[in-house]
Design a protein around this ligand. Structure first.
Ligand code: ADP
Ligand code: MG
Length: 589
């Protein structure tokens, strides 16, 4: 059975189950419970994307639920606008506030977002509780219910249909998003933001995007809650609830879309049972369930850190993705410089770290179709030179020109756009993505479809082109048989080749390889040398930092030797081999 069939089948089964539930002779109490589970699942889904996948923690989901709820409550009560319009006004207000909070805090690394969302959650709570117009802590009463074509949805089975339809649409949208160009960028935010930037991903843009999207899901939930409960007051939108949403996400499996439903269901059912049972057992009333949840959270994090859904997921069959991209038209390619043209000119570049002069007036040029080696003992400044060329570090002096254009001072994303692709001395890949997806990330700049197109599946033609290209580059480095392997399972040599394939996917004018042979066994080194020779045969221009002298001497056309940040000499491998200076400094003979 094909994957898409299997997916469609399991989704159909889930839908069938959801449809069957209210048809069973369940007491109304349980239908209302199911409605609450659906309502809470929406903000939790937002957290799956934001926190679980994107690695950004927000305590502010409940506050965005509050914006959606209060907006529709106040507007329907005071202006008589239809709730079907106030939904969009609530979403607009949510987007505006999330954009402002996100744009300010997500630029800064570290704990600014969690702290800002705590502040946001607290201040919105007190605002709702103190504004006369919002009914202070009593809230707004008598909010109208929802109706479609004159039929009241009430709080039972009709409302159930609406809530769960929205939940399902949100789940499908999220699954589609994660399986796309934008999704790969989002999945690289948590552990590979620096690498993603070097592939041309605007990580800030995606961070703000997922923060806003998560807030919108929360806001829609708030809109539903207001018309479900027919009243709003501040307490369900406070910080405590913001923490509980996070708890539900972690319980279910923070990075799993279906985990959101599992986590929310378990939380909600347990909460209700414990609220009744615990006071009876202990003999006094109180919120004892909070203590139980605290213990439960510790246990889940210790014994099932990927959440409850992960336990199920690992036991489900996972057939490989269909190769539906064969025959997709090739992506357009860059005009490459003619053989012999100067590709890169590095002119007296310099970098100081405090008092340390790590790169001291280094000058060299690379011609098209050449492999230039950059060698020198540990700490000579090779990686720093790389980071200066790729814009990951700012120059302290000097200039860099790519194909005659000055690129000094550009950030790494702009430099990637201009056609420099790189690998890293310490492999940077997303371990829980497949090899194919990791490599497709390298082609980010060659696609243009964004998150919305992905959710609507308008991106499929382009997606096939991107995956086709990723497969082609993997074959080029001899990894065509590992497309669907999890990158985290690869041997070191394969990881290094993955990085080269990913860089090639960017269709670079210049390829920078930082110690590609480090940690490789003899056989793997030979395979790498063969790939490098073949790339040169294809006319690729390469700057190669490498420790393995045999490999460098073997594949390079010219080389620059560095020591203590300065250039010792430049020449052909033979010239370098015969230089007394180099022998003394580097080879130690
Ligand atoms: P290589 O790659 O040739 O082994 P590097 O370029 O990594 O050497 O480092 C050159 C020198 O610069 C080393 O002394 C290293 O400790 C120093 N260095 C590199 N990066 C930084 C940094 N971010 N901050 C301070 N010092 C650094
Ligand atoms: Mg280095």
């Amino acid at each position: 059975m094909t994957v898409s069939r299997l997916r469609a089948l399991s989704l159909a089964l889930l839908v069938l189950m959801l449809v069957m539930l209210p048809l069973l002779p369940l007491p109304d109490f349980w239908i209302i419970q199911l409605n609450y589970i659906g309502l809470y699942t929406l903000p939790v889904l937002g957290l799956v994307l934001l926190t679980g996948v994107g690695g950004l923690t927000s305590f502010g989901q409940a506050a965005f639920v509050g914006i959606g709820a209060y907006t529709t409550a106040w507007l329907t009560l005071n202006t008589g606008i239809s709730p079907w319009f106030t939904l969009f006004i609530g979403i607009a207000l949510t987007c505006a506030s999330a954009l402002i909070i996100g744009a300010i805090t997500l630029r800064m690394s570290g704990h600014y977002l969690p702290l800002a969302t705590i502040a946001w959650g607290l201040s919105l709570y007190y605002l709702m509780g103190n504004l006369q117009a919002l009914g202070k802590y009593d809230g707004l009463l008598g909010v109208p219910g929802l109706s479609i074509a004159g039929v009241e949805l009430g709080q039972q089975r009709l409302f159930y249909a609406l809530v769960w339809l929205i939940v399902l649409v949100a789940c499908v949208a999220l699954l589609r998003l994660l399986d796309s160009r934008a999704g790969r960028a989002i999945r690289s935010l948590k552990n590979g933001a620096q690498m993603a930037e070097a592939m041309g991903v605007n990580t800030l843009h995606y961070k703000i995007g997922i923060f806003v999207f998560a807030a919108v899901l929360a806001s829609i939930s708030g809109w539903l809650i207001a018309h479900f409960q027919r009243t709003v007051n501040p307490s369900p939108f406070g910080l405590k609830m913001g923490i509980e949403y996070l708890f539900m996400a972690v319980l279910g499996g923070a990075s799993q879309v279906w985990g959101a439903i599992v986590g929310t269901s378990v939380f909600k059912v347990l909460e209700d049972q414990l609220q009744v049972l615990l006071p009876r057992m202990i003999g006094t009333s109180g919120n004892y369930e909070t203590i139980v949840f605290g213990i439960l959270l510790v246990l889940v994090l210790k014994y099932q850190p990927d959440g409850l859904w992960d336990f199920v997921r690992r036991r489900l069959p996972r057939p490989p993705r269909e190769r539906d991209w064969q025959g997709a038209p090739a992506l357009p390619v860059r005009d490459l410089p003619a053989a012999g043209d100067t590709v890169l000119e590095v002119q007296a570049i310099r970098k100081t770290f405090g008092g340390l002069l790590a790169v001291n007036d280094i000058t060299f040029a690379i011609r098209a179709g050449q492999i230039m080696g950059l060698i020198g003992p540990n700490g000579a400044g090779k990686s720093t030179t790389f980071n200066l060329i790729t814009g990951m570090l700012a120059l302290s002096g000097g200039a860099i020109r790519l194909r005659g254009q000055d690129i000094s001072g550009l950030d790494s994303r702009r430099i990637a756009e201009r056609g420099i692709a790189r690998t890293f001395q310490h492999v940077k890949m997303i371990a829980d993505m497949t090899v194919l997806e990791n490599v497709a990330l390298g082609a980010h700049l060659r696609g243009r479809h964004g998150a919305i197109a992905a959710m609507l599946r308008l991106d499929r033609a382009e997606e096939r082109q991107l995956l086709h290209e990723a497969e082609r580059q993997l074959q080029r480095v001899g990894m065509g048989h590992l497309l669907h392997e999890q990158a985290g399972n690869l041997a070191m040599g394969q990881q290094r080749l993955l990085e080269i394939a990913r860089a090639l996917c960017a269709d670079p004018a210049l390829l920078l390889l930082d110690e590609p042979a480090a940690g490789l066994r003899h056989k793997e080194k030979q395979a790498l040398a063969a790939v490098l020779r073949q790339l040169r045969g294809d006319g690729m221009s390469i700057l190669l930092v490498e420790h393995d002298m045999g490999l460098v001497m073997d594949v390079c056309d010219r080389m620059v030797v560095m020591e203590f940040g300065t250039r010792l000499m430049e020449g052909t491998p033979d010239e370098v081999r015969q230089s007394h200076e180099v022998r003394a400094a580097y080879l130690g003979t």
